[in-house]
Design a protein around this ligand. Structure first.
Ligand SMILES: NC(=O)c1ccc[n+]([C@@H]2O[C@H](COP(=O)([O-])OP(=O)(O)OC[C@H]3O[C@@H](n4cnc5c(N)ncnc54)[C@H](O)[C@@H]3O)[C@@H](O)[C@H]2O)c1
Length: 248
């Protein structure tokens, strides 16, 4: 399926985990990708997968300069920018009373500030291309999951920002949507080891009874939101979670 032919898309955290799967699937559908990540080794491996369509930018998404550099790299390498996927987000899980100022900064800088900075840097080019932005929320935030205060607050801030951007940028034909995934990545494997009871509890309640596969279950939904197939959708949150949460 080549529904993203000739698109040029920035994917933050695009070297591994869900972002790595998104980079792979978007290129399989015809897009070129700028994968921005702090994991240099994983980034190099990603490029080897498809050296003509994947460019790796080794950078911390919490720095505004990295967002600006990513847009410049898209233009200098591929001549345009048509999409942005704000997938990277780092945080620490603790009871909210124990979270330090540094913990709050980590979540807000890599999650909310990064999403905002990449959106601002990409805006002029997305306006030219009538592009699409896909931001990342979380079921843990919608549910108010214990231990996730700094993460949940940043994720809901991202959803609020996305709804306003969808309204303000609709006149520019830029669409902004949110995906809340549930997927078995290396990060989730680690969390499963440290919180086995929470993991079992969530898995037992998923209607499709398993955590999603990043390539088969999550990335195609992101691809859909970047493609013309979703051209009449903006400001929406899509749950890619096997039916765990049903939004109304
Ligand atoms: N995995 C899930 O089930 C799940 C559930 C809900 C929401 N999410 C959200 O989906 C997105 C991807 O999740 P994941 O599980 O693949 O995460 P992950 O932690 O496995 O991967 C994130 C990627 O981002 C990179 N990264 C981390 N900090 C960075 C920084 N400061 N600058 C640049 N790159 C950075 C990492 O190196 C990694 O390649 C995140 O927004 C996450 O909050 C995931």
């Amino acid at each position: 399926m080549e529904n993203l032919k000739d698109q040029v898309i920035i994917v933050t955290g695009g070297a591994s985990g869900i972002g790595g799967a998104i980079t792979t699937v978007l290129t399989q559908r015809g897009a070129s990708v700028i994968a921005v990540d702090i994991n240099e080794e994983a980034g190099r491996q990603k490029v080897l997968e498809n050296p003509t369509q994947i460019v790796f930018l080794n950078g911390d998404v919490s720095k505004e300069s990295v967002a600006i550099e990513a847009v410049k790299l898209a233009l200098s390498t591929f001549g345009k920018l048509t999409g942005l996927v704000n997938n990277a987000h780092a945080s620490r899980q603790k009871p909210l009373i124990e979270l330090t100022a540094e913990d709050w900064s980590l979540s807000f800088e890599t999650g909310f500030n990064a999403t905002l900075n990449f959106m601002k840097a990409a805006y002029p080019e997305l306006k030219k291309s009538k592009g699409s932005v896909v931001n990342f929320g979380s079921g843990a935030a919608l549910n108010g999951q214990s231990g996730q205060a700094s993460y949940a607050a940043a994720k809901e801030a991202i959803r609020g920002l996305s709804r306003v951007a969808a309204t303000e940028w609709g006149k520019d034909n830029i669409r902004v949507n949110v995906v809340c995934p549930l997927a078995l990545t290396e990060g989730v494997e680690k969390w499963k080891e440290s919180s086995p009871e929470q993991y079992d509890q969530i898995a037992a309640h998923i209607p499709l009874s398993h955590f999603g596969d990043p390539k088969k279950d999550i990335a195609p939904i992101v691809a859909f939101l970047l493609s013309d197939d979703s051209q009449y959708m903006t400001g929406q949150t899509l749950m890619a979670d096997g039916g765990d949460i049903k939004l109304r």
